[in-house]
Write a protein that binds this ligand. Structure first.
Ligand code: CDP
Ligand code: MG
Length: 746
């Protein structure tokens, strides 16, 4: 029974901690951390829990390792040698031994599942083998390799370009949203996110320029991958020469094979050394604190070499941990060995990403702070210790409310086992799990839930409809989405005007598909250019939308400080973003303006690029012309323009409007009214209401909802006039507002 009460405790304790973190900017006192002699994290060593790893070619390995290291040393000598060595290291990867056999199987079958240990060379080597075997016919055909994550696509493309000794963006390139680094008629290997390949179906539903498609990391089961697999299954009979490779880590391979009519599975046996698994004796409330302590326990007691990989849930957490580690290292000074702290997460600027792959200097320990991107998509050599709090950030969609929340949840057992395996690539390793053995066997789900079962499907439904897939229930999928989710997607697409009342796609819906952003944003832009009562603000909306895509790495320090240096009075986050961009533009996009106002220059440059792309797209669709015609007639006063902008956002995000009640803000909607939400401390509204004691606006529109112990709304827009709601979206607000007032009178 005491064990039972432990269930859920971990989650609760963690949530309380998160709440504290969110409310107080810097609450953690680094002096709390005991570096040596702490017995608090005395892990239980548990032989039962040891993962049974195979290591059959044991005696060969040290020799191979020596060869590898010698070559690496040679490699640094001359450029010519470097290329040679890269070629040599390629031959050391497990997949190399199977090259001929693999190519034979690919010739024989149209679809092949390739299953192999992470780091065996699937992503980097297989596409090159296909080129060697003539699948690109001197540039006549391309090979696409999809990745669920942007960072993986870009970093792997860079690596392969290096291996092939070509310039990245020429023969080997990548394409991710808002960034196309390929050259037409030249690029033969194209690494791309799964979402980008999905979009290519719009232009050419047979994908005729490709001779091979490799769906990589298929076990991650992202929504885009699942849909891709369904679409590909349907075009296979029409394209008998197209080869489809599905590559997956060891989990799930069988399910893919069944989906493709029991197609063969090719297994690439990997090398793994044993990994000892250690658990904490008690659940830990503050896993970051526990992770930091563990890092120093390892760093101070364990010999070098031996790098550490820590799994955290996101950018904020990683950056916070990084600065704390740096602080402790600074205080320790010369009393300890060097530590190279390298973060890796999706939004990390590209120039910093490559740092994690650089060899660790001598007398130094590398500590990689990663999101679950390092679970399977990226392999970092030299990791000997893994520290795993066992959490992951996941989207969770509640169809009854139509809301998507970003939740931090315990990982599945398959995930934590995969993470542990990362410690056993170069030699025997250790994994420290910051949770109890009991938790592992009683609390964790066996497998992660496929994204399709826990996400908003509006985008996908719209895309499929525009591809002519009208019967969504018959579309081939490995896991079917819930009917309520599908129904809700259709309903919200109807509200946006993307579908007509018969469920057929409208011209506006087709237009939304053309935009490389969510249909809600496309709707905002469409309204800004064409709606009688608020047209003329397309430029402003383009700016705000572009900024909203990159807010996570926008500020150098605290957002509040940056905001104060840009403008003294601003009501909403949206208007702050607009102001930042406009002032930067007035400075002729200068670097020094960014420095003066504590804004990241690199991020701003990316935003400018996103804005250009969205602008060109609006131009192509005729929106710019309509907007410009209207602009001449509208006033240029800020209040007037802000009103128009706000209305445009209401038209795109009616479901994201919250209302002020006696207990704070709550969501609206017939079925969802009443979920309490809190303005996140990072929002300008938070400071305005809490610190400047301004009166909270009755209605607020949010862009993001995250859940820890409380629901937080981020990036908020004040709606000053209630009547704008039914004016812009009568289908949603006409009945609703009436209903609320009635209830208020009772
Ligand atoms: O796809 P899979 O997990 O089977 O392996 P991979 O990603 O092709 O990695 C093969 C090798 O390339 C690993 O030893 C990686 O460390 C190395 N690699 C690298 O050095 N730099 C990259 N950007 C990607 C991979
Ligand atoms: Mg891979």
């Amino acid at each position: 029974n005491t064990k039972k009460s432990e269930k859920g405790n971990r989650q609760r304790m963690w949530e309380e901690q998160q709440l504290q973190n969110a409310m107080t900017a810097k609450n953690d006192n680094p002096d709390d951390i005991t570096v040596e002699g702490s017995d608090k994290y005395d892990y239980v060593f548990d032989t039962d829990a040891m993962i049974d790893y195979t290591n059959d070619d044991d005696d060969l390995l040290p020799e191979e390792k020596l060869r590898y290291e010698t070559r690496l040393a040679e490699a640094l000598e001359t450029e010519e040698n470097r290329i040679l060595t890269i070629q040599e290291t390629r031959k050391l990867l497990p997949v190399y031994q199977y090259k001929d056999e693999l190519l034979k199987e690919i010739k024989k079958h149209q679809v092949l599942i390739i299953m192999g240990e992470t780091g065996s060379g699937k992503t980097t080597q297989l596409p090159q083998y296909l080129v060697d075997d003539g699948y690109t016919k001197q540039g006549e055909f391309q090979i696409a390799i999809t990745q669920p994550r942007r960072v993986a696509a870009t970093s792997v493309a860079a690596r392969v370009a290096d291996e092939m000794n070509v310039v990245l963006g020429k023969e080997v390139g990548y394409q991710i949203r808002f960034e196309d680094k390929t050259t037409p008629n030249k690029t033969i290997l194209k690494y791309m996110t799964d979402g980008m390949l999905l979009r290519e179906f719009l232009a050419d539903s047979n994908l005729s320029k490709y001779s091979c498609i490799m769906i990589d990391e298929a076990h991650e089961r992202t929504l885009a991958t699942d849909i891709l697999i369904g679409l590909l299954k349907e075009i296979l009979p029409k394209r008998p020469n197209l080869k489809l490779l599905i590559s997956s880590a060891t989990m799930n391979a069988k399910k893919f094979s069944e989906f493709f009519n029991d197609c063969p599975i090719f297994n690439v046996p990997g090398r793994r050394y044993p990994v000892d698994i250690h658990y904490t004796l008690q659940p830990e409330a503050n896993y970051i604190h526990a992770a930091i302590t563990t890092i120093f326990q390892i760093h101070t007691t364990q010999a070098l070499p031996g790098d550490i990989l820590v799994f955290l849930t996101g950018q904020e957490e990683i950056e916070r941990t990084k600065s704390k580690l740096e602080e402790i290292m600074f205080r320790l000074g010369s009393r300890t060995r060097e530590m190279l702290i390298t973060p890796i997460y999706a939004n990390l600027p590209q120039e910093q990403q490559s740092k994690i792959f650089q060899p660790t200097p001598e007398n130094c320990r590398k500590v990689v702070l990663a999101t679950n991107i390092a679970e399977t998509s990226l392999t970092i050599d030299g990791i000997k210790y893994v520290i795993d709090p066992g959490f992951v950030k996941e989207n969770s969609y509640v169809p009854s409310t139509g809301m998507t929340q970003l939740l931090t949840v315990p990982c599945s057992r398959a995930s934590v086992d995969q993470r542990a395996g990362r410690a056993g690539r170069v030699g025997p390793g250790k994994c420290f799990r910051i949770f109890t053995k009991w938790s592992y066997s009683h609390e964790l789900e066996l497998m992660p839930k496929p994204e399709i079962t826990r996400t908003n499907l509006s985008n996908t439904v719209l895309l499929l409809l525009s591809l002519g897939v009208t019967d969504l229930l018959k579309f081939p999928l490995m896991d079917k989405p819930g009917i309520p989710t599908l129904r809700k997607s259709l309903e919200s697409l109807y509200i946006l005007g993307a579908l007509n009342s018969k469920g057929a796609i409208t011209n506006l819906g087709k237009m939304m598909c053309e935009f490389p952003c969510e249909p809600e944003f496309a709707k905002v832009l469409h309204t800004a250019a064409t709606h009688e009562q608020c047209q003329g603000v397309l430029e402003e909306c383009l700016t705000i939308i572009s900024m909203l895509h990159e807010t996570s790495s926008l500020f150098i320090g605290q957002k509040k400080e940056a905001a104060a240096s840009v403008t003294s009075e601003v009501e909403s986050d949206h208007m702050l973003y607009l102001e930042i961009f406009n002032q930067w533009r007035n400075s002729k996009f200068s670097r020094s303006w960014c420095q003066d106002h504590k804004v990241q220059f690199k991020t701003m440059s990316r935003i400018k690029n996103i804005r250009n792309q969205l602008f060109r797209c609006s131009e192509k669709l005729g929106l710019v012309e309509k907007n410009d015609r209207a602009r001449g007639k509208v006033s240029n006063s800020t209040v007037y323009l802000n009103g128009r902008i706000t209305r445009c956002f209401i038209s795109g995000f009616p479901m994201n409007v919250v209302q002020l009640g006696p207990t704070g803000y709550h969501t609206m909607g017939k079925s969802s009214g009443g979920l309490n939400v809190n303005v996140h401390p990072s929002s300008i509204l938070f400071a305005n209401y809490k610190e400047k004691a301004q009166r909270p606006s009755k209605y607020v529109l949010y862009q993001q909802l995250t859940l820890t112990s409380k629901e937080f709304i981020r990036d908020c827009l004040v709606i000053p006039k209630e009547k704008w709601l039914p004016e812009m979206v009568p289908q949603v607000f006409k009945g609703l507002l009436g209903e609320k007032t009635n209830r208020g009178r009772e």
